[in-house]
Write a protein that binds this ligand. Structure first.
Ligand code: HEM
Length: 567
């Protein structure tokens, strides 16, 4: 065992070595003189601005508008990355040349440290094998089975909000109150992934129950870990060069409160996932009746995966080891929770800003209720046209994850859709990328490119999805994305596996809320700032520096229009 003083000394030494080594080994430069912003910090390059919570989003928008679809940005210790929104080049990065472009070592290390060997933190054959086993569980057939589960969660969200509004309203007046809709979006999203993916209830929509440690850890991880990203190369160096026991010991004694907090969160997630995994395994051994008695009635993704895995136990090629199955639990909580919270909060926020469209959506739902005489099934949830238009438009304009990274494992040249001008005035129509160079996949820049989406690309306009067929510019762009010509769920072999899951979850919750409440800006708190984090999160002006997001909105309970809206 090392004592605390020595460990701190060792941590300082390792940091210096890591920085020096990063400087020497990781300072990858662009092959050609790309244009781009000057570094804002000698040591950190542009990363303080690129990762800034309060002004990061605006900075990204300005960069894309100023430097076009391929330019360089400076990172820690002189590294140069390529910021890319050219769709032809991105097709190569995400789809065609995936044997060259891998997840960046920095992200993989972060994910591996936090979640273990789940889908998001493994690569190569392990990733292929995991994806083959897990993908079918997120397909339309299984989402049909899970639709009633999502309705339960949607109604729980409706009930808790209704109770909160009633409690805060003045007697004799219409039930109306200012509520923090981030809190309820985040809790509904957590309960969705808990019950639908893990077969576990966080009791996140039960306001009477005290928050349990598992729920708090899942909620706090994304925004606690994000500000550390600009120092990620140091962590990568440690992960590559030090044994795991020393990494853990160093992390625990690093005198940075945020690092300490991340350690505690990760330990809590791991402890609880292990207990949940053990309980599920025991239930599976007991047989179907025991599984059906659990939360989610055995329909949740993990139960189905574990059952298939146990059945395939004899065949090593078809079966995942325990640590990889367990790795999926933390991966799913994290990948699903913050992204879905951000999307749901943004959808409610957009509707609150636009009462006419909110009313139009409510009309569509009322009409559909009277046409279908009851609860909407999977087909209805996925095909209501205006609901679908609002969903697509929100995810286009406000992609929860604004950008991702890929790193070239060998030197490669990718073609560009249109020539770009280098800083020396030369034009190039193919972009050389150095071995080890990281590409910033500029999701938001593609989703908002005026050359693709038109001059109103920055406007929330659900109607753009109601016309038959996409505009010629959208078709011609060839966006290599899995969802509606956007990069919101990325594309290729590492695109989001939970795309359909999030669609059903988000739409059912939105239906239950819009049928029962009117949302409007909160008086005196009309302005909301959206910040950059692992996903976009809302804050009140002047409070952007606070970790915890907040979205105050005025919520008015509507008189029920039909028996169905009452359930
Ligand atoms: C609006 C909601 C969501 C958005 C915008 C979103 C977006 C994304 C993006 C951009 C990626 C690629 C990450 C990368 O390459 O590093 C991704 C991957 C992933 N997502 Fe989602 N996601 C959402 C919801 C969900 C849900 C609900 C689940 C599961 C229940 C999920 C599970 C995953 C997993 C497991 C991966 C890793 C896939 C792989 O590496 O093969 N996501 N997601």
């Amino acid at each position: 065992m090392i004592d605390k003083a020595n460990a701190v000394l060792l941590a300082a030494l390792v940091t210096v070595c890591a920085l020096y080594s990063a400087w020497r080994r990781h300072a990858v430069k662009c092959v050609v003189p790309l244009r781009g912003p000057a570094p804002s910090s000698f040591l950190l390059g542009n990363s303080p601005d690129l990762y800034s919570g309060p002004h990061g989003l605006a900075y990204h928008h300005t960069l894309a508008a100023t430097y076009g679809r391929a330019f360089k940005v400076h990172m820690l210790a002189g590294e140069e990355q390529i910021y890319l929104s050219d769709t032809r080049a991105l097709h190569h990065v995400l789809v065609r040349d995936t044997h060259v472009f891998d997840e960046t070592p920095a992200m993989m290390s972060e994910f591996y440290y936090c979640f273990g060997p789940g889908l998001i933190s493994v690569h190569g054959d392990t990733h292929k094998k995991q994806r083959k086993m897990i993908q079918p569980l997120f397909g339309a057939a299984h989402m049909r089975v899970l639709t009633p589960t999502f309705w339960d969660i949607a109604y729980q969200a409706r009930d808790v909000i209704r109770a909160k509004v009633a409690c805060a309203s003045d007697a004799g007046k219409a039930p109306s109150a200012v509520l923090d809709l981030w809190k309820w979006s985040s809790r509904a999203a957590l309960e969705g992934v808990g019950v639908g993916a893990l077969g576990y209830s966080f009791d996140a929509l039960d306001d009477e129950t005290e928050d349990n440690a598992y729920m708090v850890a899942a909620r706090e991880l994304p925004y606690t870990v994000y500000p550390l990203r600009k120092f990620m190369p140091i962590c990568v160096w440690c992960m590559r060069n030090l044994p795991v026991w020393l990494q853990r010991a160093l992390a625990r004694v690093t005198p940075v409160p945020r690092v300490q907090k991340v350690c505690r969160i990760v330990e809590t997630l791991q402890r609880n996932s292990e207990a949940l995994y053990a309980a599920k395994k025991a239930a599976l051994r007991e047989g179907d009746a025991e599984v059906a008695a659990q939360v989610g009635a055995g329909n949740d993704v993990m139960s189905v995966l574990m059952k298939a895995n146990m059945a395939a136990a004899a065949n090593e090629k078809e079966c995942l080891p325990d640590d990889e199955v367990m790795g999926q639990m933390n991966t799913l909580i994290s990948a699903a929770h913050d992204t879905t919270s951000s999307a749901l909060a943004h959808m409610i926020y957009c509707l609150a800003q636009d009462l006419p469209r909110q009313r139009r959506l409510r009309e569509e739902l009322a009409q559909a209720r009277s046409d279908t005489f009851g609860e909407f099934d999977y087909h209805t949830v996925t095909t209501l046209p205006f609901l679908d238009a609002c969903y697509r438009e929100t995810l286009r304009l406000y992609a929860p994850a604004s950008f991702q990274h890929r790193t070239a494992t060998e030197a490669i040249t990718v073609p560009l859709s249109a020539p770009i001008e280098l800083s020396n005035g030369e034009l190039i129509s193919a972009l050389p990328i150095a071995k080890g160079q990281t590409v910033v996949v500029a999701i938001e820049a593609v989703n908002r490119d005026p050359a693709i989406w038109g001059p109103d690309a920055d406007t929330w306009l659900p109607e753009r999805w109601l016309t038959k067929g996409s505009p010629a510019s959208v078709q011609a762009a060839g966006v290599p994305g899995a969802f509606s010509h956007t990069l919101t769920f990325l594309g290729g072999n590492r695109s989001c596996i939970g795309m359909k899951f999030s669609e059903i979850e988000l739409k059912t919750i939105l239906i239950a809320l819009v049928e029962n409440f009117e949302f409007a800006p909160a008086p005196g708190q009309e302005e909301v700032k959206w910040r950059l984090s692992l996903v976009q999160t809302p804050a009140q002006p002047g409070r952007e520096h606070l970790d915890e997001p907040e979205l105050p909105l005025l919520v008015t309970t509507m008189k029920p229009r039909s028996v169905d809206a009452l359930e």
